[in-house]
Design a protein around this ligand. Structure first.
Ligand SMILES: [Zn+2]
Length: 284
């Protein structure tokens, strides 16, 4: 067994989370690194915060695999005195590559929303907004897309679903919150890992009775609960921590990576970051 190069790692990542699945506004792929460098260990994390990069330095990781991009928007300088430039400098001076799979990992089968909906015992689901792969649809990418919708085996109270999620997701300061009727009995569940309040139309058009997502803001939430909208069929909301909704995917990602590296004859150590990048630390 040999160690992969950075370029081999990129091939493995792209086979699991094809970059063609990323949203047009997104930034995915290798952000920092020499494709020819050898990779003995990979650190998996959600956010490329400086604490995560410092952890990679201490652990002597050769590559940091992230969900969120370091440079979502173009940067014009990597001056070490700036936030992004400082991160790039630290990475390069310690020979650490940085790669991220973001909306392509949300969209892919086995991705963020698949893992989230499976926590509720739903294994048969479809995307809320299917990925459109152009005039000649790629069969490999069929059944991919943002969010998931599926049916529970039996009608369940929203309160019980929220409780179930609070037990299966890592504990967070903001916890799990319900908007709407906690006692409503629901079967059809929509989920979107991370911030999902732009998907209400898709959630409604799929006939979902409850929507599980993160970062729900006041106005989209109150509009979703408005009586006019509820006349067309009630929609209850469960809001979870953005970090929690996505961090559960990292374990599934590590399993998929381990299998794929082994299948290609590579040996590489995979570690999960111990840094909790959920920004909220206390509530009163
Ligand atoms: Zn996210």
């Amino acid at each position: 067994m040999r160690h992969p190069k950075v370029s081999d790692c990129v091939d493995v990542f792209d086979s699991l989370w094809p970059p063609a699945l990323a949203e047009s506004w997104d930034t995915v792929g290798l952000a920092v690194g020499d494709p020819d460098a050898e990779v003995r260990s990979i650190l998996l994390a959600l956010d490329p915060m400086d604490a995560v990069i410092a952890e990679a330095v201490v652990l002597e990781a050769d590559l940091v695999f992230n969900h969120h991009p370091l440079m979502l928007k173009p940067v014009k300088s990597v001056n070490a005195a700036t936030l992004k430039g400082g991160a790039v400098h630290t990475l390069i001076s310690n020979d650490i590559a940085l790669f991220n799979a973001h909306t392509n990992a949300d969209s892919a089968r086995g991705g963020v929303s698949d893992v989230l909906i499976s926590l509720l015992g739903i294994t048969d689901s479809q995307p809320l907004t299917p990925h459109v792969s152009g005039p000649a649809p790629d069969p490999e990418l069929a059944s991919t897309g943002i969010g998931r919708v599926g049916d529970l085996p039996a009608p369940t109270a929203v309160r019980d679903l929220a409780r179930q999620l609070s037990q299966k997701l890592p504990r967070t300061t903001t916890g799990v919150r319900i908007a709407g009727d906690p006692a409503a009995m629901v079967t059809r569940v929509a989920v979107c890992g991370g911030a999902g309040d732009s998907l209400f139309d898709a959630v409604r058009s799929h006939g979902a009775e409850v929507y599980v997502t993160a970062d729900l803001r006041h106005h989209p939430a109150t509009e979703a609960l408005d009586t006019a909208n509820r006349r067309e069929g009630g929609l209850e909301l469960i809001d979870v921590s953005h970090w929690a909704s996505e961090t559960v995917w990292l374990a599934a990602a590590a399993d998929a990576l381990e299998a794929e590296f082994a299948a290609r004859g590579f040996t590489v150590s995979l570690q999960h970051s111990a840094v909790n990048t959920d920004p909220w630390v206390e509530r009163f």
